[in-house]
Design a binder for this molecule. Structure first.
Ligand SMILES: O=C(O)[C@@H](S)Cc1ccc(I)cc1
Ligand SMILES: [Ca+2]
Length: 175
């Protein structure tokens, strides 16, 4: 039942080619956020949607540059989960600050170190050191995809991976 609902949404957004492009993803995300006044954002940019699609490609080893149903379902479920976390910390509608971001990232199930929390704030916060909803989502999509990519490379699970420079560039230039 829920799956059929998903397929319908997906069909409506992606069109008959059953794939969602960055533009189509941007349109649906920006349509949904207009219905949520408690999600502080200026909207999702095309670039952030391109990045999220590339990260889903990396997660699902599917270098199409578009979202298939499986990738879209995963991304959409994550956004639904993470938007709830964002609302929980975005109490004053100013976005979330670096302290709240640390708790939000933990609530999303990630365990990082202090240096990484600082890096995330530097990378995703605006001039007043607050993180808007679209940046919040872009950050967590990247975080999750990078964890999954590492695990895919770390076949023996020993916590280390070996990459040639070209393998490194294939990952970092695309993701
Ligand atoms: O589906 C919805 O509208 C709510 S429940 C969750 C949600 C909120 C924001 C986005 I963008 C996507 C999904
Ligand atoms: Ca894809």
């Amino acid at each position: 039942e829920e799956d059929q609902q998903f397929r319908t949404i997906f069909q409506e957004i992606g069109g008959e080619d059953m794939e969602i492009t960055a533009n189509e993803l941007r349109n649906v995300l920006n349509r949904v956020i207009t219905k949520h006044k408690d999600l502080k954002t200026e909207g999702f940019s095309l670039e952030s949607c391109r990045s999220m699609i590339a990260l889903m490609d990396v997660s699902f080893m599917d270098g199409t540059g578009r979202l298939n149903l499986q990738e879209f379902r995963h991304l959409w479920n994550k956004i639904k989960q993470w938007q709830g976390i964002f609302k929980h910390y975005n109490t004053d509608q100013s976005g979330i600050n670096s302290y709240e971001m640390r708790n939000a990232v933990n609530d999303a199930g990630f365990r990082l170190n202090n240096q990484l929390y600082d890096i995330i704030t530097m990378r995703y916060a605006n001039e007043s050191m607050n993180i808007d909803f679209d940046s919040f989502i872009s950050c967590l999509v990247r975080l999750e995809a990078m964890f999954r990519a590492f695990q895919a490379f770390d076949k023996d699970g020993d916590g280390t991976i070996r990459l040639s420079v070209l393998e490194w560039l294939q990952l970092t230039m695309y993701a």
